[in-house]
Design a protein. Structure first.
Length: 208
């Protein structure tokens, strides 16, 4: 089988981590020789530092928002070189919970879309980016139900701004020739998964 690279996107609380995990299991159920489930920020050295910097209780959280586009770009370079590109060369199905579109949405709030796009211009596009769409109010309710503290991107006003930024990212990505599908993230997890799978099946059917 040919390799395939799928990116799951959406604002915090929209269910991206769950849907990425379910999609990886779906690929395994189809008998894909090897499936790689990954995420950004990664578990690499830069990714671990980013997670610290997003935690308001950590001393690293003093970093300004304008620093994050460069940190995420560095983490993404490491992610590609260390994991994603070798997996694709082996013919794997790679499912990532966040990739370039997250940077374009979140970091464009601090430095603008053009600058973030330039930082990420050399990174390969996924075969398919799936954007989970859910009201910010519902996303915040889901986040609060987890029972942990909020990071710097998880306030309601910030979630609304990121949702608007994602709308602009979809336009930008499609204009650049990327395949992007918006998926309704309302309802039971299984129903959302079925919508995600339908988008992936369309891609695989076209590729034969």
């Amino acid at each position: 089988m040919r390799s395939v690279f799928i990116d799951i996107e959406g604002i915090d609380g929209s269910g991206g981590t769950t849907q990425a995990r379910l999609l990886a299991r779906w690929f395994e159920s189809r008998g894909w020789p090897e499936v790689v489930l990954t995420c950004e920020p990664t578990d690499g050295p830069v990714g671990r530092f980013i997670r610290r910097a997003l935690d308001p209780e950590d001393p690293a959280a003093v970093l300004g928002d304008a620093v994050f586009p460069y940190l995420f770009a560095a983490d993404r370079r490491d992610h590609l070189d260390r994991l994603v590109l070798p997996a694709l060369e082996r013919g794997c199905a790679v499912v990532t919970d966040r990739y370039t579109h997250s940077s374009l949405a979140y970091q464009s709030l601090s430095v603008g879309l053009a600058e973030v796009a330039a930082l990420n211009a050399r990174f390969p596009s996924p075969d398919l980016a799936i954007h989970l769409v859910l009201d910010p109010e519902e996303c915040l309710r889901r986040i609060q139900a987890r029972g942990r503290g909020l990071d710097r991107f998880e306030a309601l006003d910030r979630l609304r701004r990121v949702q608007e930024a994602y709308d602009a990212v979809v336009v930008h990505a499609r204009a650049s020739g990327e395949r992007v599908v918006r998926v309704d993230a309302r309802g039971p997890v299984e129903a959302v998964h079925a919508r995600v799978v339908a988008a992936v099946e369309d891609l695989l059917r076209e590729r034969g």
